[in-house]
Ligand binder design. Structure first.
Ligand SMILES: [Zn+2]
Length: 172
């Protein structure tokens, strides 16, 4: 499934496409084009099934990227939601995603810095922290091969670099 190019789109559309792909992209474009559209109007303008449109809308609503206003449809006599983008929230959303990623990378860096690691060289086997390698007499508990010290300086450097970049974005 080829993702349509979003190069010239609004940040709201871009972030929506990043969250969920083509369907999100279509719904987001439709929301920008028609303010306060209903589920049905969005479905007919995008050509997506109504269930898909609703799934996307509820997800975007859950992420605070759109709001829904409940209004009475005078013609049908029941209540419908009219949806509107919250483009002011896009920046917050991006920030909170960056914060999450940066925290996760920091945890990984802390782990990588907590010990020396040993590995058997077999891709399917995990790395052992020093203490565990010692307890296993420097033999891999999965495949039985001897484990050797595995330098992780490069990994730590690249984690530090990425964390630094994210923090600069967050606190310019
Ligand atoms: Zn192994």
């Amino acid at each position: 499934m080829a993702l349509l190019s979003t190069d010239y789109d609004d940040p709201f559309v871009k972030i929506s496409a990043m969250i969920g792909g083509d369907e999100y992209l279509k719904v987001a474009r439709s929301l920008l084009k028609t303010k306060d559209a209903t589920d049905e109007e969005i479905a007919s303008s995008t050509g997506l099934r109504i269930n898909m449109v609703r799934k996307v809308l509820y997800d975007l609503f859950g992420k605070a990227l759109i709001t829904g206003i409940r209004v009475k449809d005078e013609r049908k006599g029941w209540f419908v939601y009219r949806w509107r983008t919250r483009r002011d929230e896009v920046e917050n959303f991006i920030r909170s995603q960056k914060k999450k990623i940066s925290d996760r990378l920091q945890q990984r860096l802390d782990y990588e810095s907590s010990s020396d690691f040993y590995h058997c060289g077999n891709e399917d086997c995990r790395k052992l922290p020093f203490q565990e390698a010692l307890e296993e007499f420097f033999k891999c508990p999965s495949c039985g091969k001897v484990v050797n010290l595995k330098k992780n300086d490069k990994l730590k450097k690249s984690l530090q670099f990425k964390i630094g970049e994210l923090r600069n974005d967050l606190n310019p």
